[in-house]
Design a protein around this ligand. Sequence first.
Ligand code: SAH
Length: 343
Amino acid sequence: MRSDLLSMFPEELSELCVSLGQPKYRGKQIFEGLYKGKRELSEFTSLPKAFRDSLEENAFIPTADIKRKLVSKIDGTVKYLYELHDGNTVESVFMRYHHGNTMCISTQVGCRMGCAFCASTKAGLVRSLMPSEMLLQILEAERDLGERVSNIVLMGMGEPLDNYDNVIKFLKLVNHEGGLNIGLRHISLSTCGLVDKIDRLADEGLPVTLSISLHAPNDEIRRQTMPIANKWSIKQLLDACRRYTDKTSRRISFEYALIAGVNDSRENAHELGRLLTGMLCHVNLIPVNPIKEKNFQRSEKNAIKVFTETVETYKISATVRRRLGSDINASCGQLRASDLEEG
Ligand code: SAH
C-alpha cells in the first residue's frame, strides 16, 4: 500500500526516505514542504527527480478539494464541503471569535452513534478519516482564506473516539512544532461518551479539552435520544470525566441540546444541577437545531432562560451557545446531507 505522506511524522518520513535509498534529512524536507502547501510530488523541486519518481510509486499526498463553500452574511462564518480522493464528502466550519479563528472539523464520513437529533448519523458510518484528511480541512481553509486557525474543535461529523488511533495521531501532528503548531489547550474533542476511550485518552498525556455530549439529566431521557446511553450510564460517564479531570486538570465542557418537551423542564435543570455539582465543568446549552427527519423543536426563549438560571443556582457556569452561521446551516451534517440528496 502506498504511504499517505501527510499522515506521517518527520521521523516516519525519514524512515521512508532511507528505505528508498535517500538521506534521512529528506524526511524533514518533505514534512516542511507539505505544511508550506505543496500538494503534488512534482512541486517538491528540491528533491532529485529519480527520488520523486520512486515516491510517486510508493507514496501519495491525499487531497480535500473545496466542493462547496458557504459564507455567512451575518458573522462571516465559512462552511466548507470538501471532496476527498475517493469522492466522499465531509464538512468543516471556520468561525471567527474574539479569541481567534476556530475550525470545527469532521473525524468520520457519517457516524454510527445514531443520536436521534443529529444529521450526521442518518445514513450511518461510511468510513473513518485519516489524520491527513483531518489536517487538510484546516490547511485548505487557511489557504483559501489567507488566515491562520488558532483553535480546533472536533465537533463536526463523526465520533472522534470511534476513530481513536487516527484522531490521536492527528492531535500529535497538529501540535507538532514543525507543522501547524497548535497548542493542545486550544483543541476541544467532543464525544457522545465512549467511556473506555475517555479513560485511554486521559492516559495519552494530550491535555485537550474534553467536551461531553450529555443532552439529558438522567439515563431514561438520554436513552430516548442517544443509543450510547444503553451501553454506559451517566454515572459511569461522569466517573470517567472525573478521572479525566484528575489526570489532566482540565475542566470538562458539557453540551446540552435543549429540545422542547424532551429535556428542557425546570425539573430537568434541577436534576442536571444536582448531577454536576462539585465537578470542574462548564455547561453549554444549545437550542436544538431541528433536522428534517425528526420532529424536535427548539425550546422556547423563556424555557431556555429558566433552565440556564436554574443550573446556575448550583454554582455551575452555564452559557447558551451563540449561533454562528445560522443562515448557512452551519451545524455539521446538514450540508453533506443536502448535497447527497441533490446528487
Ligand atoms: N460525535 C461527537 C462530535 C460530533 S457532534 C459528539 O457526539 O460529541 C457535535 C455536537 O453537536 C454534539 O454535542 C452533538 O450532540 C451536537 N448536535 C448534533 N446534532 C445537533 C442538533 N440537531 N442540534 C444541536 N446540537 C446537535
